[in-house]
Design a protein around this ligand. Structure first.
Ligand code: FE
Ligand code: FE
Ligand code: ZN
Length: 277
């Protein structure tokens, strides 16, 4: 079975996200742990989360994915910004334990002026400060498009980060199809080659989730603008090859395409139809 969902808003609560997912034919979803542009997290209602867990279990949901807010930058040159990132991620991970065994995805950040090598050290320090042996959450680094000074635009950079993390068993990678295409990995014409490269550099055992998006921009554009499935430069055929690829087909896929719920329902129906059981 294809494990697929989309990004949902946490504002109406946890159980409501589960219900919304079911309504659009999804069996998982992604949500922001807090307002993506703000910093304050909403108080968690344990009964609400409990209800979601029950619903997810009954409906055999794949792993639920939480996304860190965009306001953090763990590799900023500014110490205050780095400290703030550590506080936000640590607080998120504490609250994630209400949803045991989930994924938590974050953008490695932008190194701005001090260079990628220094940026990577800051990210490693962040993770080594925050991760705890007893946590059940797996933290995912997202592959980035290389917009501006983003860290994580190559598999090598992600591997360097992973190699520095002491509790490496708590870490994985979320591959964003729009981002890797914009970064210069040709998943349209050479999907096998890209997967082989990921395996050689990082190891496929670390690939735990896929953000499934088309791209508004051509190959290697370093832009990061998501497009609806089949309406961008990646195209429907390539997306269908991705969800069916023998090395990827078991993974959970999360849509982050720029449409409302109804549109996501159509995308999910199309992809389920195209998935070869
Ligand atoms: Fe993201
Ligand atoms: Fe993404
Ligand atoms: Zn993006």
């Amino acid at each position: 079975m294809l494990n697929i969902g989309c990004h949902l808003s946490v504002s109406k609560g946890y159980e409501e996200m589960g219900k919304e997912a079911l309504k659009i034919g999804a069996n998982t979803f992604q949500f922001f742990t807090r307002n993506p542009r703000g910093s304050k997290a909403k108080e968690i209602d344990p009964n609400d989360v409990e209800a979601l867990l029950k619903l997810a279990k009954e409906n055999k949901f794949a792993t639920i994915l939480a996304h860190a807010p965009y306001t953090i930058n763990p590799c900023s040159a500014d110490e205050k910004t780095r400290k703030f990132s550590i506080e936000v991620i640590a607080d998120d991970l504490n609250r994630m334990e209400y949803l045991p065994n989930s994924f938590y995805n974050f953008h490695p950040g932008s190194h701005v002026k001090q260079g990628v090598e220094v940026g990577i050290i800051y990210i490693i320090n962040t993770l080594n400060t925050i991760l705890k042996p007893e946590q059940t959450t797996t933290v995912l680094l997202e592959t980035m498009s290389g917009k501006g000074t983003e860290v994580g635009k190559t598999f090598e950079e992600l591997k360097q980060i992973l190699d520095g993390v002491i509790l490496s068993e708590k870490m994985g990678v979320c591959l964003d199809t729009c981002h890797v295409y914009d970064a210069g990995y040709d998943i349209v014409n050479d999907l096998d080659g890209v997967i082989a490269e990921f395996d050689r550099i990082i190891g496929l055992d670390k690939l735990l989730a896929i953000h499934l998006n088309d791209s508004k921009n051509p190959f290697e554009s370093h832009k990061d603008r998501h497009e609806k499935i089949g309406e961008g430069f990646i195209g429907k055929e390539a997306v269908i090859r991705i969800i069916n690829h023998p090395k990827l087909r078991h993974l959970p896929f999360y849509l982050e395409t720029p449409i409302e719920l109804e549109g996501h329902a159509e995308e999910i129906a199309l992809l389920r139809e195209a998935y070869k059981d």
